[in-house]
Design a binder for this molecule. Structure first.
Ligand SMILES: [Cu+2]
Length: 160
C-alpha cells in the first residue's frame, strides 16, 4: 500500500492511492507501507507525482483555510502575515511518524524525520512496517515559523 503525504504551513495532507483525502488510515499489523512525501510548495516534486495525486492537492488558499481554528491566533500580527513570512523565511518541513501522544524526543518512532525541502525536485520515498499496534502521529521536526508547534496530524496512521 502506498500513501501520499504532503506538507504545508502548517499541517499535512494524507492521500490514499486513489487520491482521496483521509484523516486517518488503518492498517493490519505486519503490513508494509510505502510513503511518498513531498512539500506542497516543491513544484519539481509535484510534477513527479501520479496525476491523480497531483490533482487532488488543495490550492494554497484552501490549505491556508485549514489553519483557521486549528492554529491559535497570534497575540501580535495576523495569521496570514505570519504564514507569508514563514513561506519566505522557513520554507522547509520534515516528516516524522511517532506514536501518538508521545514527544518525539522520547523515541519509539516508526519513521525518523525525512526532510521535505521546498526546492526538492522529487518526492521522498520511505518504507514503514506496521510492527506495533497503536496510533501514530505525523509531525514536522523542522522549525517552519509560527505554526510549527501545531504541525502534526494526531493519530493519522493506525495499526490494528
Ligand atoms: Cu513544518
Amino acid at each position: 500500500m502506498t500513501l501520499y503525504i504532503g506538507s504545508y504551513h502548517w499541517g499535512f495532507i494524507l492521500l490514499d492511492e486513489s487520491g482521496d483525502m483521509q484523516e486517518k488510515i488503518v492498517f493490519d499489523l505486519g503490513s508494509s507501507i510505502k510513503i511518498v512525501a513531498f512539500n506542497t510548495n516543491a513544484r519539481g516534486a509535484l510534477e513527479d507525482l501520479p496525476a491523480n495525486i497531483r490533482d487532488a492537492i488543495p490550492s494554497h488558499e484552501a490549505l491556508e483555510k485549514r489553519n483557521e481554528g486549528r492554529i491559535p491566533e497570534p497575540s501580535k500580527g495576523d495569521l496570514h502575515e505570519l504564514l507569508e513570512n514563514a513561506n519566505q523565511q522557513y520554507p522547509n518541513h520534515s516528516l516524522a511518524v511517532m506514536p501518538a501522544g508521545r514527544n518525539h524526543m522520547r523515541g519509539g518512532m516508526m519513521l525518523h524525520p525525512i526532510p521535505l525541502p521546498a526546492d526538492a525536485t522529487s518526492p521522498t520515498t520511505a518504507r514503514l512496517s506496521a510492527s506495533q499496534r497503536g496510533e501514530y502521529t505525523l509531525s514536522c521536526t523542522t522549525y517552519c515559523g509560527y505554526g510549527h508547534p501545531y504541525m502534526n496530524l494526531v493519530g493519522a496512521l493506525v495499526v490494528k
